[in-house]
Write a new protein. Structure first.
Lengths: 113, 114
């Protein structure tokens, strides 16, 4: 079974630009969660989508948005990039049940210059 | 405020030795506690998930314990190997409003030296 895939793996943008990251979950998984990881803050939860609906949301500004398609693939968009948005963005997929194992992708390394 | 604190922040041990990582939490209402291993440059990989009724759970050389009364968990690694060098992240889940909310610790960076 193929694991969680994320594209692109690396991205360099400049301040003010916008970016879209993509995540393909494991086949059969209906939940996709997005996280931001920085050395100082650790893993921070962005949002979770389940069956095309946002089910949970973290404490990030509205510049961070996402969506999920009918095939469970998910995209995350960050508009008006700031230097502080430089981070590893991870997505994780699961069946979406309580105490369910999350499977993480390799992440997208975003650098904002 | 829900919080998860891990200690130590970093640890260096010799190959073959045992070690124990700690996780204290103030998450409520508690649903489950997870330990993840994250190799440098990779996404985290789940090691164990424990619910309220479970005191201990093993995954090979990794054994996690949970004391729900004191809100503490530990991850014990036996006979460490070089491949155990990684960050270990404790995650505690609260079940609120019909949804599961995860709170992440900042991790313990473990380095195994030959």
């Amino acid at each position: 079974k193929a694991g969680v895939t994320q594209t692109p793996r690396y991205l360099i943008k400049t301040r003010g630009q916008q970016v879209t990251l993509s995540c393909s979950p494991i086949s059969g998984h209906r939940s996709v969660s997005w996280y931001q990881q920085t050395p100082g803050q650790g893993l921070q939860f962005l949002f979770e989508y389940f069956s095309e609906t946002q089910r949970n949301k973290g404490n990030f500004p509205g510049r961070f948005s996402g969506r999920q398609f009918s095939n469970s693939r998910s995209e995350m968009n960050v508009s008006t990039l700031e230097l502080g948005d430089s981070a590893l963005y991870l997505c994780a997929s699961s069946l979406g049940l309580v105490a369910d194992t999350q499977y993480f992708g390799p992440g997208t390394r975003l650098t904002v210059l | 405020k829900n919080q998860v604190e891990q200690s130590p922040q970093s640890l260096i041990i010799l190959e073959g030795k045992n070690c124990t990582l700690q996780c204290n939490y103030t998450v409520s209402p508690f649903s489950n506690l997870r330990w993840y291993k994250q190799d440098t440059g990779r996404g985290p990989v789940s090691l164990t998930i424990m619910t309220f009724s479970e005191n201990t759970k093993s995954n090979g050389r990794y054994t996690a314990t949970l004391d729900a009364d004191t809100k503490q968990s530990s991850l014990h690694i036996t006979a460490s190997q070089l491949s155990d060098s990684a960050s270990y992240i404790c995650v505690v889940s609260a079940f609120l409003g019909g949804n599961e909310k995860l709170t992440f610790g900042t991790g313990t960076r473990l380095t195994i030296i030959p």
